[in-house]
Design a protein around this ligand. Structure first.
Ligand code: FMN
Length: 274
């Protein structure tokens, strides 16, 4: 049956056919490219972990470099390692009431509402099986968005190896300066704990006074982005504090301080093989 192209019905039929054909192409592309997108997401996360740990140099093969990294799971309440399935997703768990804990008002300084019961940690391990860098996921609210990233610690469980965010929607040039290599460059070498063993790391408003005793624990705020700065400080306090990785860090620090007794309790140790 011939269609009169100049009629209203002819125009509608052509329009519908074009829509259908385009729809099939778009759907096929979306489904067909999903495995590639998933693979790229994994690669991007791995790159961010390596960058936060200071283990990435331009041009490096991310997969090869990541072979030195072990993924472990930590029960945040006890600080002990636990077994979890490979496909465990901490961000999904944080939304599941059966796999997360609701945070009360004053506990929720990072404004995340729920904290997963089990968190991933990444350990950079040397040839002898000893942990060199501990990489912890962190997240919290800035001004416009929840920032997701990693903080990396040296094996002394006190010195920062690096910090970086792989996802946020803060304003470029303001809160978005969390991605500025110059700002991120301040983190390596900073000390988490003071001489009394209290968590002392902080992101301050303004510039660090380098002559101050506290300078070793302080990072400059972001110029013109006080709210993102406060958000980053809050999320660092949360994840390194009592309701975050505090119990895990305390156990690692006890291990690091008493290597002679290492092995008495191998549930948390700086040797990654246990
Ligand atoms: C369009 C626009 C985007 C902004 N983005 C951010 C941002 O990403 N992070 C932030 O902390 N402040 C941002 N600000 C600025 C805040 O509104 C606020 O003025 C700033 O954090 C300084 O706060 P203070 O005056 O208390 O120091 C933005 C302001 C405007 C107008």
């Amino acid at each position: 049956m011939a269609i009169n192209k100049d009629s209203v019905s002819g125009t509608l039929i052509v329009a519908v056919l074009v829509c259908l054909i385009c729809g099939v192409f778009v759907a096929a592309a979306a489904v067909g490219l999903r495995p590639v997108q998933d693979q790229n997401r994994v690669l991007d996360k791995r790159l961010n972990i390596l960058q936060a740990a200071g283990l990435y140099e331009a041009g490096m093969d991310v997969e090869a470099a990541f072979e030195r990294i072990e993924r472990r799971f930590v029960d945040l309440e006890s600080g002990e390692y636990v077994e979890m399935p490979d496909n465990y997703d901490q961000r999904k768990a944080a939304k599941n009431p059966n796999a997360s804990t609701a945070l009360k008002g004053d506990e929720d300084i990072a404004s995340i509402r729920r904290r997963p019961n089990v968190a991933e940690v990444y350990l950079s391990v040397d040839d002898g099986g000893d942990v060199q860098v501990i990489i912890l996921p962190i997240s919290g609210y800035g001004l416009w968005s929840t920032l997701h990233g990693f903080v990396a610690l040296q094996a002394d469980v006190n010195t920062v190896a690096g910090l970086g965010f792989y996802e946020h929607a803060e304003t470029p040039g303001l809160g978005g300066e969390v991605d500025n290599p110059r700002w991120k460059g301040q983190w390596p070498g900073k000390q988490l704990f003071n001489d009394s063993g209290e968590l002392a790391i902080e992101v301050i408003k303004g510039t660090v006074d380098t002559s101050s005793d506290k300078a070793v624990h302080q990072v400059d705020g972001l110029a013109g982005a006080t709210l993102t700065t406060k958000g980053v400080d809050n999320l660092v306090q949360f994840w390194l504090g009592e309701n975050g990785f505090g119990p895990y860090l305390a156990r690692l620090r006890a291990d690091a301080a008493e290597p002679a007794e290492q092995g008495a309790d191998d549930s948390v140790t700086l040797s990654a093989v246990n």
